[in-house]
Design a protein around this ligand. Structure first.
Ligand code: 8Y4
Length: 278
């Protein structure tokens, strides 16, 4: 059985793992942002605890809003939001992933005990590859077309599955050249990141083809616009659609499912596992 190497952790890949989202951004777009005041650090730690107790295999901490149309968060603000929460939870025994594309944030987070870097830019920013290579953390390389501010304006592909696969293969080559072992790498087609609904559906239908290297795939569709487009539901009512998407991702071979609703997703994946494994 293969494992994903993430610093001190070895995550078994014989069943789909659940990555629980811990949102440290001040916007309330997803319904679990930290708008509303109060002790933001304490509330984030509580949310992390709840996600872990619900059965998350990995916690994904993000302090920069990357929703369509969002503007970039200043470096110091991102560090000030992330580090107190990371320092509080790094000793719990749960692997913590840090959602960032900034090499300075990567280095600080790795020093503070992060087990994985989740980079929506696939380590393309100058210094990002080196920051991860200088450590032993795992890394998720995600595909995005364009930049968060404008990526949903007019996404275009000749062949979305092939282009995402080619991009990810190129990033794997860059990681290998930098000395990052395959056992540390997860690939992600980046649902919603510069993709129309049709692009997202094509990727979900053909998930294994987005990982030409056969490396483990992470899928993140929880509560996203694509679920809203299919169901007609607002973000607060997208749990059933998100669970269906999680099930389809698992069936398509995804090894990590990134979600807001950990307990419900675990139940869905338990049913998938009972039917599909043995
Ligand atoms: C409602 C809920 C509306 C969620 C929008 C959103 C991914 C990711 C994000 C992903 C990986 C998001 C940081 C976008 N999505 N990282 N991050 N894969 N690896 N939007 O799909 O959740 S943030």
């Amino acid at each position: 059985m293969s494992h994903l190497h993430c610093a001190a952790y070895r995550l078994p890949l014989d069943r789909p793992l659940v990555m629980g989202i811990v949102n440290l951004t001040p916007d309330s777009f997803t319904g679990d942002g930290l708008a509303g005041g109060g002790d933001v650090v304490a509330r984030a730690i509580e949310h992390a605890r709840a996600q872990w107790e619900a059965g998350a295999d990995i916690l994904d901490l993000g302090a920069e809003s990357t929703r369509p149309g969002a503007i970039a968060t200043p470096l110091q603000e991102e560090l000030d939001r992330l580090l107190p929460v990371l320092e509080a939870i790094a000793g719990w025994g749960v692997p913590v992933s840090i959602d960032t594309y900034k090499p300075e944030v990567m280095r600080a987070a790795i020093a503070a005990g992060a087990a994985m870097i989740n980079d929506i830019c696939g380590l393309t920013r100058p210094g990002a590859l080196e920051a991860v290579a200088a450590s032993d953390v795992g890394v998720c390389l995600m595909h995005m077309q364009g930049e968060p501010g404008t990526m949903q304006v007019a996404p275009q592909y000749r062949d979305v599955v092939a282009e995402v696969g080619d991009f990810l293969a190129g990033r794997v080559d860059a990681c290998r050249a930098a000395g990052i072992a395959d056992a540390r790498i997860v690939l992600d087609p980046g649902f919603g990141f510069g993709k129309t609904l049709e692009h997202n559906l094509a990727l979900l239908r053909d998930l294994p083809a987005t990982s030409p290297e056969g490396l483990p795939i992470l899928a993140g569709m929880s509560r996203k616009t694509m679920i809203g487009q299919i169901t007609g539901r607002p973000v607060a009512e997208r749990l059933p659609g998100s669970l269906a998407a999680a099930l389809l991702a698992a069936d398509g071979g995804a090894k990590i499912i990134r979600v807001h609703d950990v307990a419900a997703t675990r139940d869905v994946l338990s049913v998938w596992q009972a039917v599909r494994q043995q």
